[in-house]
Structures are given as structure tokens and as C-alpha cells.
Design a protein around this ligand. Structure first.
Ligand SMILES: Nc1ncnc2c1ncn2[C@@H]1O[C@H](COP(=O)(O)OP(=O)(O)OP(=O)(O)O)[C@@H](O)[C@H]1O
Length: 236
């Protein structure tokens, strides 16, 4: 039986959700090399749970954006904020937000695969580091190579180690520069699945990529860096 009106629970309309502030906000980013403005006012927002792919021709400036975001390069102008704080603060919070896999990752020549991952996990004070390292080693297919030194790995295995290092540490934003490089078909499928899973867990992904299938599988938004500029050699 229906309750009299004064006893009925009020059906509250759900309040419209204020749009979450972006985890990463890049505003008016400029980077000049010599006489060339590689980036001339680049804007980008990336929200938690979102993947953004930077695409574009060779030399468009994709890695330059990522290098500025990770603090590896210093912009000529503009601002970069991570969780509302200027990136150049390099605060503990900012450092623990970012997991980075760039093109040119170096490894210690005298530390084995498992020692690298242990180092990453323990340096970031991960609880149950050993368990997580073991899980990730299995996941990236490097369990048989756990005791090998980086110099004895194939280039694809080194790429898997670089990716593994991002998955054994805390992170809110994953920055990946052409993560598809040197991965075989199975590796590409695994990576796509893993990045979709990262998003589902509320993490943000920013990657530069030339791999159309990976971009299509993972990215919520695709940003063509330097789309407004002519390819090298065609500029007036
Ligand atoms: N340290 C540097 N000194 C001078 N020029 C640089 C430097 N770093 C990058 N550049 C130039 O900036 C431009 C953009 O380079 P960037 O690596 O960002 O391109 P990209 O879009 O990532 O290209 P690719 O698809 O080939 O990886 C290129 O013309 C490059 O030569």
C-alpha cells in the first residue's frame, strides 16, 4: 500500500556532477629549439580514468610534449599542472603520481631484471613489493629472464622490462612514449588490455603512438600534435 504523501521519501533528483578537474593540465605549452617553435601554445587536459593518445608525423613534437610533462625537458613557455599543482614543484605527491616509460630508458647494467623491479617497487615503498614484482614478471612474460642482466635481453624483452617498471610502482598518470616499440603481436595485445585495465581502475594514460590498433583499442581521445603545421620540407 502506498504511504501517505508526508511519509513518502522524497525522490531527490541527482545533482549534476561537477566535471572532475583534470589530473593533468597543459596550457599554452611552448618549446623552441634554436629558431624553431616545435610547440607554439599546446593545450591538453587528461582526466582520471581517461586515455589520450598523441599522434602525428615524425618530428611533430609528441615526445617533446611528453618530455615536458615528465620534467625531462624545460618548456620555453606555458604551464603544466598535475593534480592542480605546478609540475615543476617536484613534490613527493607529484613524483608519486607519474609513471613514465620513455623511448630511451636506461637500465643498470649490473642489476638483473628482478632486481630492477624490486628497486622500483621498494623505492616507492610498495607494500608486498615481492608479490607484486612476481605478478608483473609473469604478466610481462619475463619470469624466465628474471635473473638475467639487461644487456643479455632482446630489445623486445628490454621494452617489456621498461613497461614492467611502470606497473610495480604507484601511479595516477602513466606517460608512455611509443610503448608499442619492439613488442610482438602478443605483447601488443597484452599492452592494450593492460592499459584499458589501468583506465578502468581510474588511472590516466597519456601516450604518443604510431600504432593505430593500439590507439584505437585504448584511447578515449586522439590529439594530432602539430596538425596545423606542414610536414618538414613543405613549409613556405
Ligand atoms: N634537444 C633538442 N634539440 C634540438 N631539436 C630538438 C631537440 N629535441 C627535439 N628536437 C626537435 O623537435 C622536433 C620534435 O621532436 P619530437 O621528438 O618531439 O617529435 P615526435 O613527434 O616525437 O617525432 P617521432 O614521431 O619521430 O617520435 C624535431 O624536429 C626534433 O628535431
Amino acid at each position: 500500500m502506498a504511504r501517505p504523501p508526508h511519509q513518502q521519501k522524497k525522490q531527490r533528483k541527482p545533482k549534476p556532477k561537477a566535471e572532475a578537474p583534470p589530473l593533468l593540465r597543459v596550457s599554452g605549452l611552448r618549446r623552441r629549439f634554436g629558431e624553431v617553435d616545435v610547440l607554439a601554445g599546446f593545450d591538453l587536459d587528461v582526466r582520471a580514468g581517461e586515455a589520450v593518445a598523441l599522434v602525428g608525423r615524425n618530428g611533430a613534437g609528441k615526445s617533446t610534449v611528453l618530455r615536458c610533462v615528465t620534467g625531462a625537458d624545460k618548456p620555453t613557455g606555458g604551464t603544466i599542472e598535475l593534480d592542480g599543482k605546478p609540475l615543476d614543484e617536484r613534490s613527493e605527491q607529484v613524483r608519486t603520481h607519474l609513471a613514465v616509460v620513455m623511448d630511451d630508458m636506461d637500465f643498470f647494467p649490473d642489476l638483473s631484471v628482478v632486481e630492477h623491479l624490486d628497486l622500483f617497487a621498494k623505492a616507492h615503498r610498495v607494500a608486498d613489493a615481492q608479490e607484486l614484482v612476481d605478478e608483473v614478471l609473469h604478466e610481462v612474460g619475463l619470469i624466465a629472464q628474471a635473473g638475467q642482466l639487461p644487456g643479455t635481453l632482446s630489445s623486445g624483452q628490454r621494452r617489456r622490462l621498461a613497461l614492467a617498471s611502470a606497473f610495480v610502482r604507484p601511479r595516477q598518470l602513466l606517460v608512455l612514449d611509443e610503448p608499442e616499440q619492439r613488442l610482438d603481436r602478443a605483447g601488443l595485445d597484452w599492452l592494450a588490455g593492460r592499459l584499458v585495465q589501468e583506465k578502468a581502475q581510474g588511472l590516466a594514460v597519456l601516450m604518443a603512438s604510431h600504432a593505430t590498433a593500439l590507439v584505437e583499442a585504448v584511447a578515449d581521445r586522439v590529439v594530432d600534435v602539430g596538425a596545423h603545421r606542414e610536414p618538414a620540407g613543405r613549409e613556405a
